[in-house]
Design a protein around this ligand. Structure first.
Ligand code: HEM
Length: 480
């Protein structure tokens, strides 16, 4: 079998470029050389602006319960039904080549290839997030990424933002606790994090939160273990996932949902659409609905993982967004990122196109269009039997009141920025609190400005007096 150029012509020599005479300069007529160098220069698509570092695998979601009283989603129609999935795990702040074993939330981006098109649930391994309005996201991420002057991540920026954004106290407590550095992607939970809308055949609305509980058991690394592992094996999580699947040890998660009837939302003690809050299980007990298993590695990491384009805006009939202001911002951001990062035809790539449905749009052409529509009409309405709208929205409308304006999300009876952070702290054992304080203090001690450290500590004090006091003492001890 002969090597060829991209145009299919046989290549005579792949070791020596063509020169004018022996020892002379290289000739432009060496098309194979030019093509090879040019392709190499264009090998990368831009890495994701966040969650650049990750690994993925295909799998199967099996529904084990009857959920038809809550949603009409076709892939959730009957216990026993199976749906192909693709899941990409990631870290958030690091670049594409960064180490896996770091303190950072993990992405848990799950695609269901359903008969009604792809449903993407783009979550994390944490049930909450640092902020509650998408307008703050670029600023937040700037503090997690490289400083424009030093080119490194700076504790000053991180703690300045968190201190000035007290709504982050809950997620920061989570992040610096034991679960802040999972031992692997297999040994952590996943969460949809946001509240989503389910609606049934009769049009009744329910608000839901998704939980994916690892069947492998939770396993974490200490800060010291992670530091060693990150240096010795930067690809630790990626390798662990691939090798487990190669061994036939398919990782599994038990899938649960918390379900809130629509009528409860207005008077619930917390704003149910506030991403910095959980719904305590005593209020809405998790209901088990299925299992998720990962059982197939991608064949080509670039094609299937790097070019995977998940979007929280990919819904299917019976599932829709909530008015969570973060989620609303995300509905725009991901499609926009894909158009920039992978291109307008990103949806045609094998990992991104629907597998159990057919995409039938009048969107056409653009860079790398594959001509899939043949000679079919490219406008609608038409009288040529082209695809038509269904007239039935995927989700149910939400009633709104009042004037437009830059409104913060409304606070419910027990909402403030600290109550759930304090509850999380008080739930921890003494040993867990000890490790939390050590982890936080180690990081906070790197802050160069007293006022930034003091403001950040003040937030923890407001969550719990003891929490703040111990942290302050630990930071002072480290600073000498
Ligand atoms: C308003 C806030 C947010 C914005 C604007 C935002 C934006 C983005 C963007 C632009 C990407 C890169 C997408 C790509 O290039 O393919 C991304 C990736 C990601 N985001 Fe967000 N994000 C936000 C909040 C969140 C939250 C709250 C979560 C989890 C609960 C989350 C989870 C993820 C995950 C898992 C990925 C990686 C997806 C993949 O594996 O391809 N993001 N985000």
């Amino acid at each position: 079998m002969s090597l060829t150029t991209e145009a299919g012509a046989p290549v005579a020599d792949n070791q020596n470029s063509e020169t004018a005479g022996v020892g002379g300069p290289v000739l432009v007529q060496d098309q194979h050389l030019i093509e090879k160098l040019a392709h190499f220069n264009r090998e990368r698509v831009p890495e994701r602006v966040v969650h650049a570092r990750g690994a993925g695998a295909y799998g199967t979601f099996t529904l084990t319960a009857d959920v038809t009283r809550w949603t009409r989603a076709a892939f959730l129609s009957e216990a026993g039904k199976q749906t192909e999935t693709f899941l990409r795990f990631s870290t958030v702040a690091g670049n594409l080549g960064s180490a896996d074993a770091v303190r950072d939330p993990r992405g848990f981006a799950l695609r269901f290839y359903t008969e009604d098109g792809n449903y993407d649930l783009v979550g994390n391994n944490t049930p909450v997030f640092f902020i509650k309005d998408a307008i703050k996201f670029p600023d937040f991420i700037h503090t997690q990424k490289r400083d424009p002057y030093t080119g490194s991540q700076e504790a000053d920026n991180v703690w300045d933002f968190w201190g000035l954004s007290p709504e982050s106290t809950h997620q920061v407590t989570w992040l610096f606790g034991d679960r802040g550095i999972p031992a692997s992607y297999r040994h952590m939970n996943g969460y949809g994090s946001h509240t989503y809308q389910w609606s049934n055949e009769a049009g009744e609305v329910f608000w839901v939160k998704y939980h994916f509980k690892t069947d492998q058991g939770i396993r974490n690394l200490t800060a010291a273990e992670a530091e060693t592992l990150a240096g010795k094996d930067p690809d630790s999580h990626q390798r662990d996932l691939r090798e487990a699947i190669e061994r036939g040890e398919f990782p599994r998660w038990t899938v649960q949902v918390q379900i809130m009837p629509a009528a409860d939302a207005a008077t619930y003690r917390f704003n149910p659409f506030d991403l910095t809050k959980v719904w305590p299980h005593e209020d809405y007990p998790p209901v088990e609905i299925g299992t998720l298993e990962l059982n197939r590695n991608p064949e080509n990491v670039f094609a299937e993982v790097e070019q995977a384009a998940f979007s929280p805006a990919n819904f299917v009939p019976g599932i829709g967004p909530s008015p969570d202001k973060m989620l609303q911002g995300r509905l725009f951001a991901y499609g926009d990122a894909h158009r920039y990062r992978v291109g307008i035809n990103a949806g045609q790539l094998p990992v991104n196109r629907p597998h159990a449905a057919t995409a039938r749009t009048y969107g056409r052409d653009g860079v790398l269009y594959d001509g899939r529509h043949g000679g079919a009409k490219n406008y609608e309405p038409n009288s040529f039997d082209g695809p038509k709208e269904t007239g039935r929205p995927l989700w149910q409308p939400v009633t709104v009141t009042g004037p437009t304006g830059d409104h913060p999300a409304p606070a419910h009876a027990e909402d403030d920025d600290f109550v759930q952070a304090g509850n999380l702290y008080r739930l921890m054992s003494e040993e867990e609190r000890e490790r939390l304080i050590t982890n936080l203090a180690g990081n906070l001690a790197g802050v160069t400005r007293e006022d930034i450290a003091a403001r950040a500590i003040g937030n923890f004090r407001r969550a719990d007096e003891d929490y703040g006091k111990r942290l302050e003492a630990a930071v002072q001890a480290l600073r000498g």
